[in-house]
Design a binder for this molecule. Sequence first.
Ligand SMILES: *Cc1c(COP(=O)(O)O)cnc(C)c1O
Length: 346
Amino acid sequence: MDTIDLRSDTITRPTPAMCMAMANAKVGDDVFGEDPTVIRLEEMAAERMGKPAALFVASGTMGNLVSQLAHCRRGDEILLGDQSHVFIYEQGGSAAVGGLHPRILPNASDGTIGLDILEGAIRPDDVHFPRTGLILLENTHNRCGGRVLSPDYVAAVGRLARRNGIRLHMDGARIFNAAIALDRPPADLVAAADSVTFCLSKALGAPVGSVVCGEKRFIAEARRMRKLLGGGMRQAGVLAAAGIVALEEMVPRLAEDHENARRLAQGLTAIAGLVVDMATVETNLVYIKVAHATMTAPVLVDRLAEKGLKVLAASREYIRAVPTYHVSTRQIDAAVRIFRQCLGPA
Ligand SMILES: *Cc1c(COP(=O)(O)O)cnc(C)c1O
């Protein structure tokens, strides 16, 4: 029996084209600015995001952290959502490394933070208060169901930020999923942001890496911060080569993951004991609520694993499932059957 792995889009392995590109990559010392493949990836990424410059980093977490460090001074307050990846899953690096003061604001179920809530959280100039340095948004929003932020909302936050002399950073780990879902170029989705981080290593399939994009001066500072964190990589073109293939070949096919996510969600809505809100399945993430008399999400996850289906428990109540290019439509249908077997009358 083949295992069906829907735990995460981070499990994707490099494609044959990526392996070939990595083997043949022209490389140099990137800390000296001499790796032609890294330079090419950074130029491509900047162009895709509509920003003047870009920086290849080891991970999305590193991209978000160097961005915060480059935008802010120690002691600045940052405004971010209570469901955001930066707040929940990045070890509190903003404070632990950056000396930044997180101000946690409630995320609505669609991943937005109310404009009035943001406006109300901005600190007046007063000796008692930290200075507000940065707003962070996330698109698509992982813990809010992979929801897509509308370009209008991001533009409104951008105006609010500029009016108050604050920067806006977009954690766009899955910004290409948002772009595909909206059928718009990713640059349209981040036009109002001063910086954006996106991941090559998720559904785009590259083995390692993320890219930070923004103004030239910001990227120069982010480059310093990357070195400070130990992220100055030498012949990194070996990795960047796979990232180039990811950008050139893997973006349009994200639509297949989105279709499989809808197919999975649709199949699961018919199973008693599970609740999936179809309206929230906009991209590749499917959140499944376990509404069962005796079974919690972690217990169900173990039962599914025994039958060859791997998914993650996002909490006691919720399971997350993520189709990727390793998973066929046939396997999606098999996954629905395994759910039914585990929940049915047996
Ligand atoms: C995965 C992810 C990150 C961080 O990426 P890593 O490469 O795992 O460090 C950041 N933000 C969001 C929303 C993510 O899903």
